[in-house]
Write a protein that binds this ligand. Structure first.
Ligand code: SAH
Ligand code: SF4
Ligand code: F3S
Length: 468
């Protein structure tokens, strides 16, 4: 039994990356059986679930969306905030009940929660019927653990996050748009954040392997790829091979896939070279997610974000100036320990300055093991909720204002699937990452079409297809 040790993640020495080339032989020993899979958290977890699904399908399982019909339940957890954690408990309760009648049901927990020793210990003590707990660094051991499951708890969580696994196979959610991990882990240690502990040190994949994957996805007809990393633009810094994120972005663009995106960029690692590459290649989408977190220098310092508000503004202005029509979204935390009214006002100031296209806003949630969890905090939850409300009103005002500029315009949309706004509609995204609901048939799915925008809302646009 391996258990993670938070001290390992805290060791800030550079790790020597251990590249592992995967070559698994998985037999379909569970043919006829069904799996139920739920995913919480960020794109990284969504992409990990594509790997998990590949293993389940290779083992012979077919998909079920009804938990009670499943022979294996896999919950891919997130630990970023308390409410993300809580979501798995509803399913665990149902699993416990089901296991009373279905003795050979396999219950598996994976994802970031498994990498938090105190949390996982508490869960395992309370929910003794869980069969498998697997960490974020050894997902490729999952098929073996499932085959070996025999009713006793099997916990495999590795803390040695020096590994980069190559040649991972995925059962991807989409045939149009694909995720590509380019970098794992995070070295930033923002004081509120659990990710460096659950995902380990920053490790970059080698550029040649990433470009090979991009080429394969292009050959398979993919229209869009998104390069993924917690600090996507810190890519390459750990390798010392003479290339960085801007180099990778440029080489990716040259392969000629129609749409390239990347998340998430840290302002501290955003270079002028990157901005020039984004501006130069039409297939790199004019969209940047650039989390600011707070508009107060004092809070940014306590958060260990490594930039000042002034530096963020300068970067923001340069991107806006050099990349025509770019849209920029952000993340903001309210109620960081002892955030004063004045600190919060500064956050409203930066929103008024940047007029973001959109923002994900959160109330600070203390995470066990992080520095901010130990900071004194006199601000009440009521006050924090009030601040969140005020912030959301402002953020939504600017989202709508930005969206209104699209009314009457013709934009290119990659149609990704049916719309939930009606049978006669499909939906997709503009190059600037605006969701568009389009009147049109399912034949449009997978195509990049020209759409005239008829109406703008805060979170989406409506439109109709126009011919060239
Ligand atoms: N790597 C990305 C974001 C990772 S998590 C970055 O650095 O920007 C996504 C967002 O969750 C963060 O940007 C932050 O706004 C929010 N978040 C992270 N930890 C949090 C916490 N403890 N409480 C509230 N929000 C948090
Ligand atoms: Fe968390 Fe900060 Fe790393 Fe983002 S950069 S994952 S917020 S520690
Ligand atoms: Fe959650 Fe882990 Fe992502 S904590 S946000 S799933 S990296």
């Amino acid at each position: 039994m391996h258990k993670p040790d938070l001290c390992v993640a805290k060791n800030r020495e550079k790790v020597k990356i251990n590249y592992v080339n995967l070559d698994l032989d998985i037999k379909p020993v569970f043919k006829g059986k069904k799996y139920f899979l739920r995913t919480y958290g960020c794109q990284m977890n969504v992409h990990d679930s594509e790997e998990i699904r590949y293993y389940l399908e290779q083992l012979g399982y077919s998909h079920s969306d009804v938990l009670e019909d499943a022979d294996i339940v896999v919950l891919n957890t997130c630990a970023i905030r308390e409410n993300a954690k809580d979501k798995v408990f509803g399913y665990l309760g149902r699993c416990k009940h089901l296991k009373k009648t279905k003795k050979d049901l396999i219950i598996c927990l994976c994802g970031c929660l498994t990498e938090q020793p105190s949390e996982i210990e508490a869960i395992m003590n309370k929910h003794k019927y869980i069969d498998i707990v697997i960490g974020t660094h050894n997902l490729s051991d999952l098929p073996k653990l499932i085959v070996d499951a025999n009713g006793k708890q099997n916990i495999e969580v590795y803390s040695n996050s020096d590994k980069v696994t190559e040649n991972i196979k995925y059962s991807r959610d989409s045939k149009i748009s694909a995720w590509i991990n380019i970098q794992l882990g995070c070295d930033k240690f923002c004081t509120y954040c659990i990710v460096p502990y659950t995902r380990g040190r920053e490790r970059s994949r080698k550029m040649e392997n990433i470009l090979k994957e991009v080429q394969e996805l292009k050959n398979a007809g993919y229209k869009e790829i998104t390069l993924l990393g917690q600090n996507v633009n810190a890519y390459g810094k750990d390798l010392d091979l003479g290339y960085d994120f801007a180099t990778l972005l440029e080489e990716t663009a040259k392969i000629g896939i129609p749409r390239i995106r990347f998340v998430t960029s840290h302002p501290w690692n955003f270079t002028d070279k990157m901005i020039d590459v984004i501006a130069k290649y039409p297939n790199i989408m004019p969209y940047v997610h650039l989390p600011i977190q707070s508009g107060s220098d004092a809070i940014l310092k306590k958060m260990n974000r490594r930039y000042t508000v002034e530096e963020y503004k300068q970067l923001f202005d340069t991107i806006k100036e050099k990349v025509p029509g770019v849209s920029i979204t952000t993340d903001i935390i309210v109620g960081f320990p002892n955030e004063t009214k004045d600190d919060f006002e500064r956050t409203l100031d930066i929103v008024n300055y940047c007029k973001f296209d959109g923002a994900f806003t959160f109330i600070f949630s203390p995470r066990v093991g992080t520095a901010a969890a130990l900071m004194e905090d006199k601000i009440t939850l009521e006050e924090k909720e009030e601040r969140l409300h005020i912030l959301n009103e402002l953020v939504n005002k600017y989202s709508l204002e930005n969206n209104k500029k699209y009314e009457g315009k013709v934009v290119e949309v990659l149609v990704t699937g049916p719309s939930d706004k009606g049978e006669d509609k499909v939906c997709g995204y503009t190059d600037t990452m605006k969701l568009v609901n389009i009147i049109g048939s399912k034949d449009l799915i997978g195509k990049i079409v020209k759409v005239k925008i008829t109406e703008a809302k805060s979170f989406s646009l409506d439109g109709g297809v126009v011919s060239d």
